[in-house]
Design a protein around this ligand. Structure first.
Ligand code: SAH
Length: 501
C-alpha cells in the first residue's frame, strides 16, 4: 500500500441546482483524484473538481447501469487503495434511497477509510423550491420518505395499511411509473381519494414543474402530462393549493431560455443576473478574447507613459489586459500624473479593481459621447493613448484627432470570432426553444449572425446599445429590446420590460 492514504468520500450532490451543493462537498470535489458520479449529476457540480481529476460516469438511476454495483465498488476501493482521494458523488443525499449500504460494506470490507457528506435530498428541496411546508402544525406533524419503486428482489412489499394511517405527509420518490399501483393501494387501505397531491418534477432546476391533483387522479395526471422522472409526489394536506408558496416559478424570467454570447470569461456576470431572475441560461461565446499577437508595442507605450496626458479605455478587457501587463514589470506609480477616461461603468468598475478612478465617464456609454467629453482637452492639444482591441471602431481616434488632440493607439488584446457553435445550441435554436439571445457588442453582433444564422429568426434579440442594434440591422436582424443605459444591468432591464415584467 502506498504511504499516502487513499480515502473514499460519499458525497451528496444536492437535488439539481449546482448552488445547492454543500461547502464540504465542494471541498471534497476540489481535492479528489477520482470522481465516480451518477448520471443525473449537474455538470456544474462536477466543475468543482480539478481539471486533472478523473471523472467517471457510473450510470443512471433505475435504468440500465453503465457499470454494475460490483464494478463501482471495485473502482472506489481500487483507487483508494492506490492512495487516491475518491469521491463517490450521488444525487440529493447519499443516504436517502441511494443504495449506499452496499457501497459502505465494500469499502469497510477493504479496510479503506471513508467519510459521508450529506446533500440536500429531493424531498427537502421540494419543500423550499415548490414552497410546500412538509410539516405544518397539527395537519402534518410527521413526514415519511417513501419509495414508489419496489425492488423485485425485496421480500417485503410496502406496508400500505401502515402508510394509509400515517399521521402526516408522504413523499414518494421514484413514484412516477408506479403511481397507479401505490395510489390504488393507499385508497384500498382507507386513505381518502380526495387527499391533496402535488407532483413536482425536476425540483430546483430551471424547468421545475408542479401539478396539483388528488390521490384519486394522480396516476391519470401523470399519464395525461406524460410526466417522466425525476419527480417527487407529495401526498397529504400540505399539498393543498392554498398552502403552496411557489416563489421559484413565480420569478419573472422563469420558463424563459436565454442564450448569452459574451466571451467566456465575461459571461458569468450576465449569467448570474439572468439566472437570479429565474431564466434558464445557456452560454455560447461568439468571440474569444486573447493576448495581443505582439506585446512589444504595449511595452513601448508603457515606457512612454510619462509623456502622455490621457489614458482612454474603451472596454474592461482593455483595462485588464493593459494594467495586467504593466503590473508584471512596474507598479501603479507608472501612471502618476496621467488622467484616465473610461467609456462606461464596466471599464470604470474594472479600473476600480486596480484602485484607479476614472476622471471621465461620459453620460452615454459610446465612443461619440466619450470624444465629446474630452473635446476641450483635445482642443488644447492633449496627448491621448487609446487602449484598444485588435478590431473596433475608429470613431474615437478620428474625433479626438479632428478636435486637435494627439492620438496614439495600442492594441492590448485580440478579439476573434468563435468558429463554430455547439450543435446542441443550434438544434435548440432551430426548434424555437431559445426565447432570447443577448448581443452585447457590434463585434458579437456580426459573429452571432454568422454563427447562428437563420436560427436567429426563431428567437428574439436583445442588444446592449443602438450601435449594436445597428450592426444587427445591417445584417438583416431586428432587435426586440435594447438596453438603456448601455450596460449589462440595462440589458437585463430591457429584456424584463419586453417580457412585460
Ligand atoms: N439520493 C437522492 C434520491 C435518489 S432516488 C436524494 O436524496 O434525493 C431518485 C429519485 O429521487 C427520483 O426518481 C426522484 O423521485 C427523486 N429526485 C431526485 N432529484 C430530484 C429532483 N431534482 N426533482 C424531483 N425529484 C427528484
Amino acid at each position: 500500500m502506498s504511504h499516502t492514504r487513499g480515502k473514499v468520500f460519499l458525497v451528496g450532490g444536492g437535488p439539481g441546482d449546482p448552488d445547492l451543493l454543500t461547502l464540504r462537498g465542494a471541498q471534497c470535489l476540489a481535492a479528489a483524484d477520482v470522481v465516480l458520479y451518477d448520471y443525473l449529476i449537474n455538470p456544474n457540480v462536477l466543475a468543482h473538481a480539478r481539471e486533472t481529476a478523473e471523472l467517471i460516469c457510473v450510470g443512471r438511476h433505475g435504468r440500465d447501469r453503465i457499470l454494475s454495483q460490483d464494478e463501482i465498488n471495485a473502482l472506489m476501493v481500487g483507487h483508494a487503495q492506490s492512495g487516491k482521494q475518491v469521491v463517490r458523488l450521488k444525487g440529493g443525499d447519499p443516504i436517502v434511497f441511494a443504495r449506499i449500504a452496499e457501497e459502505i460494506a465494500a469499502i469497510e470490507a477493504a479496510g479503506v477509510p471513508f467519510e459521508i457528506v450529506p446533500g440536500i435530498t429531493a424531498a427537502l428541496a421540494v419543500g423550499s423550491y415548490a414552497g410546500i411546508p412538509l410539516t405544518q402544525g397539527d395537519a402534518a406533524s410527521a413526514v415519511a420518505l417513501v419509495t414508489g419503486h419496489e425492488r423485485d428482489d425485496k421480500p417485503q412489499p410496502l406496508d400500505y395499511a401502515g402508510l394509509a394511517r400515517f399521521p402526516g405527509t408522504l413523499v414518494f420518490y421514484m413514484g412516477i411509473t408506479t403511481a397507479e399501483h401505490w395510489a390504488a393501494a393507499l385508497i384500498a387501505e382507507g386513505k381518502s381519494p380526495q387527499t391533496p397531491v402535488a407532483i413536482v418534477r425536476r425540483v430546483s432546476m430551471p424547468d421545475q414543474q408542479t401539478i396539483q391533483c388528488t390521490l384519486a387522479t394522480v396516476a391519470a395526471e401523470i399519464k395525461q402530462h406524460k410526466l417522466r422522472p425525476p419527480a417527487l409526489i407529495i401526498v397529504g394536506d400540505v399539498a393543498r393549493a392554498a398552502t403552496l408558496h411557489d416563489w421559484f416559478s413565480a420569478r419573472p424570467l422563469f420558463g424563459k431560455r436565454v442564450l448569452v454570447t459574451r466571451a467566456a470569461h465575461q459571461a458569468p456576470e450576465l449569467v448570474t443576473q439572468l439566472s437570479a431572475l429565474g431564466a434558464d441560461v445557456l452560454v455560447q461565446p461568439a468571440i474569444e478574447i486573447g493576448p495581443p499577437d505582439d506585446w512589444s508595442p504595449v511595452d513601448h507605450a508603457i515606457k512612454r507613459l510619462p509623456g502622455l496626458d490621457w489614458l482612454v479605455f474603451s472596454s474592461s478587457n482593455g483595462v485588464r489586459s493593459f494594467l495586467g501587463r504593466l503590473l508584471e514589470t512596474r507598479d501603479l506609480r507608472a501612471l502618476a500624473g496621467l488622467r484616465i477616461a473610461a467609456i462606461g461603468p464596466g471599464s470604470a468598475e474594472e479600473l476600480s479593481r486596480y484602485h484607479l478612478r476614472a476622471d471621465v465617464v461620459p453620460e452615454e456609454y459610446r465612443a461619440e459621447a466619450l470624444a465629446e467629453s474630452l473635446k476641450s482637452e483635445a482642443a488644447r492639444g492633449a496627448r491621448f493613448l487609446l487602449i484598444r482591441a485588435s478590431r473596433g471602431r475608429e470613431v474615437l481616434a478620428e474625433q479626438l484627432a479632428g478636435q486637435g488632440g494627439h492620438v496614439e493607439q495600442v492594441v492590448v488584446y485580440t478579439s476573434r470570432d468563435v468558429a463554430t457553435a455547439e450543435p446542441e445550441i443550434l438544434s435548440q435554436l432551430a426548434a424555437g426553444k431559445i426565447d432570447w439571445v443577448t448581443v452585447t457588442s457590434s463585434a458579437i453582433a456580426r459573429s452571432v449572425v454568422r454563427l447562428l444564422g437563420e436560427g436567429l429568426r426563431r428567437t428574439r434579440l436583445v442588444s446592449i446599445s443602438p450601435i449594436t442594434s445597428g450592426a444587427l440591422a445591417e445584417l438583416g436582424h431586428e432587435v426586440s429590446a435594447e438596453a438603456k443605459p448601455y450596460t449589462m444591468a440595462g440589458l437585463v432591464a430591457a429584456l424584463l420590460a419586453a417580457e412585460g415584467k
